[in-house]
Design a protein around this ligand. Structure first.
Ligand SMILES: Cc1cc2nc3c(=O)[nH]c(=O)nc-3n(C[C@H](O)[C@H](O)[C@H](O)COP(=O)(O)OP(=O)(O)OC[C@H]3O[C@@H](n4cnc5c(N)ncnc54)[C@H](O)[C@@H]3O)c2cc1C
Length: 348
């Protein structure tokens, strides 16, 4: 079968890229061996415009958030799902210095639209151990990225445009300007393998990182929280009375599985925060596809231009994914010049 693009990996990166390529009228086929330990299946999908200990705006957030919202809304209506939930984030501040820094930041140009003057604690006031003070962020959101990938997979299955198997790099044939794999012939193959790209023989020269995260899915029977709380860990409302609590962040790990230490750490933090009893429903782990300079990886292979890569969404795939997937699609289809900050060419 002749196609325009063969995509390897259908996590958030592969899903969004397939969406923009299809939208441009291209014939796309995807190969993914479904992996419930993919980052996309474990992530909370928080979009947080104000991050870090210094409360700075996330990189390019003024462009990224409106673009992300529009893209997820588009996919919601195409697939008949609800995944983009606008939720303010309550940020616990632990001493007067943190409070002063937060207040000083709210007064800076460009910050007022994201940071509220006063935080409204809603249900958290009675149910959590109070911090020194709180800040509140708006235009933040939670995107059910795992649900999006699942719904998009079903859509691709309906089009006969996905093969559920592990891609074997050794069976790939490069001929002229094309690629051949099994019965598929494509003009370009795009790898969207998440952290597994480390083992990709064509792109392993790139400095892939990897950061393991463990999370708990919990039930807090007496709670009714609407906002996201960032205290010692994040507590994020999900559907059916469940909450996502996490996560750990480890650059050194033996494998991608949940650990006893990870669970103890998270349960300990939750006991520090919650005055209410909670029950652990699930303990999950995954590896984030991080990059040293915290910028995505986009580009074509320097020697084999029929091979391309879209990766490196790191810990912020929900906000970075849509904007850079569109940029990647424009690069692949219209030959638009890649922005230097995300071009894999920055690593030689
Ligand atoms: C604990 C945790 C919490 C997170 N929380 C957030 C958050 O709140 N907000 C946020 O924005 N981001 C968050 N992230 C980051 C986010 O999950 C990632 O940025 C994003 O999901 C990466 O998507 P991806 O498609 O690049 O990788 P992945 O989700 O890992 O997908 C890669 C896909 O490729 C497939 N694949 C790989 N190799 C092969 C092969 N050889 N053959 C076939 N298929 C293959 C896999 O099966 C998988 O489906 C979190 C991540 C973790 C781990």
């Amino acid at each position: 079968m002749k196609i325009d693009f063969l995509i390897i990996g259908q996590g958030l990166a592969g899903t969004l890229l397939a969406h923009f390529l299809e939208q441009a009228g291209k014939r796309v086929h995807v190969i993914d061996h479904f992996d419930e330990r993919a980052a996309t299946q474990v992530a909370a999908g928080i979009i947080n415009p104000i991050t870090g200990r210094r409360y700075v705006k996330s990189w390019r957030v003024d462009e990224l958030i409106p673009f992300a919202r529009a893209t997820y809304r588009e996919l919601e209506s195409q697939l008949g799902i609800s995944i983009y939930h606008e939720r303010n984030i309550l940020r616990a501040l632990f001493n007067s210095r943190e409070e002063n820094d937060w207040l000083a930041r709210t007064a800076e140009p460009g910050y007022g639209r994201y940071m509220l003057d006063a935080a409204e604690l809603e249900g958290y006031a009675a149910c959590t151990v109070p911090a020194y003070s709180y800040g509140e962020v708006q235009h933040s959101a939670q995107v059910e990225v795992g649900k999006l990938a699942d719904a998009y997979r079903a859509y691709l299955q309906g089009q006969n445009a996905i093969t559920a198997e592990a891609f074997d790099h050794e069976k790939l044939e490069l001929s002229g300007n094309e690629v051949r794999y099994g019965g598929l012939e494509a003009q370009t193959l795009v790898f969207c393998e998440g952290h597994q790209a480390k083992g990709n023989p064509f792109f392993s020269y790139l400095p892939f990182g990897g950061a393991k995260g463990e999370v708990l899915i919990i039930r807090i029977p007496e709670a009714q929280f609407e906002k996201i709380l960032k205290h010692r860990v994040f507590i994020v409302p999900m559907q059916d009375g469940l909450y996502w609590a996490g996560s750990t962040y480890g650059r050194k790990y033996a494998d991608g599985r949940p650990t006893v230490e990870g669970r103890e750490y998270l349960e300990g933090r939750l006991r520090d925060i919650l005055k209410l009893p909670f029950e652990v429903v699930e303990h999950r782990a995954a590896i984030r596809p991080t990059v040293k300079d915290r910028r995505p990886f986009l580009g074509r292979h320097p020697e084999y231009p029929q091979l391309a890569l879209f990766n490196g969404l790191g810990a912020k795939g929900a906000s970075l994914g849509p904007f850079w997937a569109k940029h990647m699609a424009d690069f692949l289809i219209k030959n638009v010049t890649l922005e230097e900050a995300v071009d894999i060419g920055r690593f030689g």
